[in-house]
Design a protein around this ligand. Structure first.
Ligand code: TYD
Ligand code: MG
Length: 479
């Protein structure tokens, strides 16, 4: 049989070429040629399927598809997946190198095996003995996992597919999609053509055999999963692992999920024996400070149905020369820029000639609009060098006029703040009365300016520049 051939196909105009070129000769676009396997589609496959006439059915007549689930046995991961893996689905697990993808998936494989579901773990990244070493650390060399998880040190997709068809596991892990190779393609492993074709073939395997397939994907510096964006469109779910490499906390979340919500997060901790659940996720990202520090406030954020209290930190410094810098880590840089503008125009907090750095402690990123208000308070706090009243948390969206807008999950945020021992919560003044929460002073505020007056009303920092200016409004902190 003739070896199937590859062509370089322009992603903009679909013209195909024999060799790679930087510019498409068809349409003139740059860097759009992607190596693609040329398939000879047999006539039979092209002909309409006999007896399978397309027939539309009314919504009401659709079968109630009870999606079966394969729990992976790690509660936080199951939560993110929406109850477990779905047979026949393709899941992409992304994260930076060293964040714990292989660890998590080996543990998940063991969890599946413990539930009586065999798993094939194919690794093109590590040898069998390296995987054995990790399994030893995770305590998986004895017991159910030792028999139920099969390891294949292989990067060739055809051989992985063959081994899977032979072993018929409930789930297949491919670690990683960037090392997976297709024999027919010339490009190196990890190139767009290789990654896409490998994912396509593994998807065929998943759908055809009803096996849940998990692909591991490395995330590039820019934050996207290396390889084409099409990979994310192709799979049923994209789960990412975040956290600081040096830190121990890991946040697991789904940015896409055809079988569940995308807003649930899981919190895990990297320990000696692998990733394990955190007893109290809501406080996991809180940092204890010996003394109140200017530029820091705890935000009561909401991720899906889970309230997370996260410290927002800001630092400003006069710009030496050139354009002021705006750096946001874990926060939306556009929101930061907007808040800097709003603070300047509406709250008398001029940052136009300052470099501004903002950060979420713990190495996580949060996209909750409720982060606006705490971020604004942190910025004003650092500029004025005044710490925020101890025991204060805040949440709320800031509008262009400096007005505060309510965000979802008010009661949940407040209850979580009270449980974690906060004394006071600032929130946007809504139409109705704010919910009452035991042991928590709920302070509704209408504008950023009002919020700053309340949050920064504590005693001044010993020799802060705002020493005398703030003294008039200083009030003794409650509790
Ligand atoms: P790994 O799963 O290899 O990361 P990835 O596959 O995303 O590249 O995890 C790497 C880190 O995890 C490594 O620095 C060591 C640490 N680790 C632990 O702290 N405890 C453990 O039990 C294991 C297995 C790894
Ligand atoms: Mg790995």
């Amino acid at each position: 049989m003739a070896r199937p051939q590859s062509r370089y196909v322009c992603q903009a105009c679909s013209e195909a070429f024999l060799r790679w070129e930087g510019q498409c000769r068809g349409c003139g676009a740059w860097n759009t040629l992607v190596e693609t396997v040329v398939r000879d589609v047999p006539a039979a496959a092209r002909a309409p399927r006999a007896g399978a006439e397309a027939e539309a059915v009314p919504l009401a007549a659709l079968a109630d598809a009870e999606v079966p689930r394969l729990p992976v046995g790690i509660g936080e991961l199951d939560r993110v997946l929406g109850g477990g893996l779905v047979p026949g689905s393709l899941v992409l697990v992304g994260g930076e190198p060293g964040i714990g993808k292989s660890t998590l998936l080996l543990q998940a494989a063991a969890g599946l095996a413990a539930g009586g579901r065999p798993v094939l773990y194919a690794s093109g990244e590590e040898s069998g003995s390296q995987i054995r070493l990790r399994a030893g650390r995770l305590g998986l060399l004895a017991g159910v996992a030792a028999d139920g998880v099969h390891v294949l040190a292989e990067h060739d997709v055809a051989r992985i597919v063959e081994a899977t068809r032979a072993a018929r596991p409930a789930a297949l892990v491919v670690d990683s999609i960037q090392t997976a190779t297709i024999d027919e393609l010339e490009g190196p492993a990890g190139s767009v053509g290789q990654v896409r074709e490998a994912a396509l073939r593994l998807m065929e395997l998943a759908k055809g055999e009803g096996i849940a397939v998990i692909l591991v994907g490395h995330v590039t510096k820019e934050g996207s999963i290396a390889g084409p964006k099409t990979l994310e469109h192709l799979v049923d779910a994209v789960v990412s692992i975040e956290g600081e490499r040096g830190g121990t906390l890991r946040l697991v979340r789904a940015s896409k999920n055809r079988f569940g919500a995308t807003d649930e997060v899981g919190v895990l901790e990297m320990a000696e024996g692998g990733l394990r659940e955190v007893p109290d996720p809501a406080r996991a990202f809180l940092v204890e400070h010996p003394a109140p520090a200017p530029g820091s406030i705890v935000a009561a954020t909401l991720e899906g149905s889970r309230a997370l209290l996260v410290e927002v930190q800001a630092l400003v410094a006069p710009t030496g020369y050139g354009t002021p810098r705006r750096t946001a880590i874990g926060l939306d840089p556009n929101r930061l820029a907007l808040l800097v503008a709003v603070l300047g125009r509406r709250a008398g907090v001029g940052l136009g000639t300052h470099d501004v750095y903002a950060n979420l402690a713990g190495g996580i990123s949060v996209a909750d609009p409720g982060l606006d208000l705490p971020l604004a308070i942190a910025l004003a706090s650092t500029l004025r060098d005044r710490p925020v009243l101890p025991g204060t948390t805040a949440f709320g969206e800031v509008g262009l006029l400096g007005e505060l807008r309510a965000v979802g999950g008010t009661e949940r945020r407040l209850r979580e703040a009270a449980r974690l021992g906060f004394a006071r919560a600032l929130l946007p003044r809504g139409r109705g009365a704010p919910p009452e929460v035991a042991d928590l002073e709920v302070v509704p505020v209408a504008t950023v300016r009002d919020a700053l007056a309340v949050a920064l009303a504590g005693p001044t920092a010993p020799d802060g520049p705002a020493g005398r200016r703030g003294a008039a409004s200083a009030a003794a902190p409650r509790s």
